[in-house]
Design a binder for this molecule. Sequence first.
Ligand code: HEC
Ligand code: HEC
Length: 174
Amino acid sequence: MCGSLIGGATLINMVCDKKTAFKLVDQLFSWYEATPFPSDISNNLAHEKKFLVDKYKSTKILKQTVSKSQLCHISVTRWCKASGYATASHERSERCARVTADVAAFTAQLLNKHADGLVESAYAMSATATECRSCHAKGKTFEEGGWTRGKMDCDECHGTRGKEINVAEGHYTD
Ligand code: HEC
Ligand code: HEC
């Protein structure tokens, strides 16, 4: 799991009741999966050295990627491959610092919206997860596929790249 999400989810759980925390963490995770990082805001703040820190690993404007996953492994690798920077580079460290800033800011916004009584339904699960979860979700019968309970974008791991997922014809046959 991307550590920035652990931070955001922990904070949400410290100040919300369990049911609310479930909803907000789901939104935080769905937003993360679909958002290009680092955002323009954090790219520019770092470029102009306007974060409240003294040291920067890099002040370059960094390439943005959509992680399509909450996992550190996928998020980092996708960014490294798109940017051409290795995992041990200063730029990669800086990229993750900016992602953390983006996640912290978004978490604060989610909590503020919730405190203002606004309905937070803007960030939904991916279309694939929604579709697959019509059978593969908690609470369904075993025979229908109810032996999973994930909410991540299924396609990321189960889709064979470049091939269509075809539920009707028995998923991915080869
Ligand atoms: C209409 C209900 C239904 C939907 C929708 C559905 N599944 Fe399934 N899935 C099943 C059932 C039932 C099985 C077990 C029987 C079998 O192996 O064919 C299964 C088996 C699987 C398996 C085990 C290996 C395999 O290929 O048989 C995987 C992986 C899987 N589903 C992933 C997915 C993903 C990803 C999606 C969304 C793209 C999805 N399923 C949508 C009902 C469904
Ligand atoms: C981060 C990767 C990842 C994501 C995302 C993911 N899965 Fe899986 N899934 C796995 C792995 C790994 C297994 C175990 C495969 C094995 O051991 O055969 C698995 C197993 C399954 C199985 C049982 C497969 C079998 O052979 O019986 C089903 C069904 C399944 N996942 C459905 C889903 C659905 C539906 C989603 C989206 C809501 C999803 N998965 C998202 C990695 C993932």
